[in-house]
Design a protein around this ligand. Sequence first.
Ligand SMILES: Nc1nc2c([nH]c(=O)n2[C@@H]2O[C@H](COP(=O)(O)OP(=O)(O)OP(=O)(O)O)[C@@H](O)[C@H]2O)c(=O)[nH]1
Length: 364
Amino acid sequence: MTSAPPDFAPLRTERLTLRPLRPGDAAALHRLVNDWEVAKTLARVPFPYPRALADTWIASTWAQIEAGEAWHLAVIGEEGGAEHLVGCVGLTLARARGRDGRTAELGYWVGRRFWGHGVATEAAGRLCRWALANLDIAAIRASALKDNPRSQAVLARIGLRPAGEGVQTFLSRGGPMPVLLFEGGREEITGDAAPPPLADAAPPPLADAAPPPAADAAPPPAADAAPPSLGGKPVLLVAAVALVDADGRVLLARRPEGKPLAGLWEFPGGKVKPGETPEAALIRELKEELDIDVSAACLGPFTFASHTYEKFHLLMPLYLCRRWQGEVRGVEGQALAWVRPQKLGGYAMPPADKPLVAMLRDFL
Ligand SMILES: Nc1nc2c([nH]c(=O)n2[C@@H]2O[C@H](COP(=O)(O)OP(=O)(O)OP(=O)(O)O)[C@@H](O)[C@H]2O)c(=O)[nH]1
């Protein structure tokens, strides 16, 4: 059994901290969960709840975090300058329960005296967003007793949608109980079905500002010309690159929590700012995101993505680059992966990238 606390950086929200449970939480955990009003809503909690079970449970959560199977965390609040346990929130990978699919199961409870303050929504929503950004999952599932409308409302507020009905064994109730099932993917939970362009991301000009007109230049656009749009949507110009190492592996970066489409893997790059060329944008982004220096001469145009998202049309030139200076590192804490071209399909990527992956596989 694990004896050191697991390596897990606490997740914070406006009012709460989510961190691994500690042995010192056992007494408070027991006090809060050994309450019929709480226990009766939980499938895997017996009632009465033996005090010793709190210690065993806390130790088991450490082992599960270390094994990458489940993340059951203490929800900690602050009152009068002192920290105290408010409840628990947890996610278990479906495969840890012997089921298929890239899903995780959400569970939570909140001590009775903290009810009615939105604690469950705040804590469970935070854990779900973290999980979608950091685990290899595409959806989160949960269930709530049919007679527990509060919990159903929490799940709906997080973004989970009704997904049918079922029956589950409740230890506390001593038998099977009818439950409502809920499910949500990245789009519902993080609310980024379509990442909106930034407010300042007016479609940028492709070339340097205002070059002198050549004799055969097309007439300049009228001052009131509408900004470029495709299919009635604003164009978002993004430059991206497939960095290829000496072993022929391609670098993917994981979109960090807080960004639209968090958790998906993508080619490094970013929006082309007004007045920038795509190459200049990439040189800037690669320095900012990966701390490497690249010269424009080493950026070979490869292909491009043209994809309509809900709110904009993405035009994304993809370059190939085999030479850079410096050691690649995720400056923004983003996960990185060097991936063999044949394995690229195993990574969840934005929809615009699908054709690019196929082309890279053929080419490399
Ligand atoms: N870098 C990159 N962006 C991609 C890829 N595929 C794809 O659809 N995109 C989309 O292109 C847009 C890039 O915007 P971004 O938010 O990463 O740009 P940025 O680095 O300038 O971000 P920032 O505005 O947070 O500084 C996003 O909407 C993203 O979803 C890809 O492979 N690489």
